[in-house]
Design a binder for this molecule. Structure first.
Ligand code: GRG
Length: 295
């Protein structure tokens, strides 16, 4: 099967698993569960869960675990972070995944609670789905907890908010923000997939390195698209960074250098993935497809 068909099949598996592993919209209180599903079901590229499945597939260890609950857990965390990021007290956005943001479609309190509920659900799901493999359950909870915690996702978001008020942004400061706000979840996706597949510690290190480079590439590409793409294509507000005079890779280095940096990070990610067993075709094509978005 060619890459696009494989990607569509992977996304379809993830959509079905999201439906299966997240409480139904009619669960009491329905308004909360509708808001959780409103955002989850709006789509999105599903990049992080696709990475979980793709990483797991590189291993064919006896006793490998089903990576789908881990894929759902990371999408729940990612979606919560988007809901909260869109709130008026943060990025104050009206459009996400091609739809009005959760606080616009519902209200602010519901958006806050829907984000909280998705965050909490992710860990309950990991503990429940992997209960029969306690060592794996602990490793997955640890990985996702670290990636989503105060030193990484939330810390990166805090640093990003603080940086908005500063005029002396540096490349190192920008890298701190993006290694944590963006790359942490991409790194966790690859590592969690590897852990489900039965990767050993040196393979987990390779996945972590690849995730770090891929995460930086993803952010640089996101900064480029904010300048070169449009809201209809991306399903979210564009041009916001420039209007807010926000420090981005494009502002700091210019468009050409940013494109070059995205390419270098993409190649570094691919180099780290080369040591892994299994068929490299899908994961390689997936990594390359991210860079193709800016070509
Ligand atoms: C509120 C703790 C907290 C964190 C928010 C996700 C986030 C951190 C902020 C969103 C703003 C932003 C530009 C983040 C960088 C990561 C990023 C580009 C997220 C969007 O991910 P996509 O493009 O979204 O994969 P879809 O909708 O396709 O899943």
């Amino acid at each position: 099967m060619e890459f696009t068909n494989l990607l569509n099949a992977s996304v379809a598996r993830i959509e079905r698993a999201l439906d299966r592993h997240v409480p139904p919209a009619a669960t009491l209180p329905p308004r909360l569960h509708q808001a959780m599903r409103y955002s989850l079901e709006a789509g999105g590229k599903r990049l992080r869960p696709v990475l979980v499945l793709a990483a797991a597939e590189r291993f064919s260890t006896a006793g490998a675990a089903d990576p789908l609950p881990a894929a759902v857990a990371i999408e729940c965390i990612h979606t919560y972070s988007l809901i909260h990021d869109d709130l008026p007290c943060m990025d104050n956005d009206d459009l996400r995944r091609g739809r009005p943001t959760v606080h616009k479609a519902f209200d602010e309190a519901t958006a806050l609670l829907a984000g909280d509920a998705l965050l909490t659900h992710a860990f309950a799901l990991l503990a429940t789905a992997y209960a029969a493999q306690p060592a794996l359950a602990v490793a997955l909870v640890q990985e996702l907890g670290d990636a989503a915690g105060s030193r990484r996702l939330i810390g990166g978001q805090m640093a990003d908010l603080l940086a908005e008020k500063k005029t002396d942004a540096t490349a190192a400061g920008l890298e701190f923000i993006h290694l944590n706000k963006t790359a942490a979840m991409i790194e966790a996706a690859l590592v969690m997939g590897g852990r489900c597949g039965g990767a050993d510690e040196s393979q987990v290190t390779a996945l972590r390195t690849a995730g770090r480079h891929l995460g930086l590439a993803f952010q640089i590409i996101d900064d480029i698209l904010d300048v070169t793409s449009d809201s209809a294509t991306l399903g979210k507000t564009v041009g916001k960074d420039a209007r807010a005079d926000k420090t981005t890779y494009v502002k700091l280095h210019g468009l050409d250098a940013a494109r070059r940096m995205a390419h270098e990070q993409t190649e570094a990610a691919l180099a780290a993935l080369r040591s892994l067993p299994g068929d490299p075709a899908f994961l390689t094509a997936l990594v390359r497809s991210m860079e193709t978005r800016i070509k």
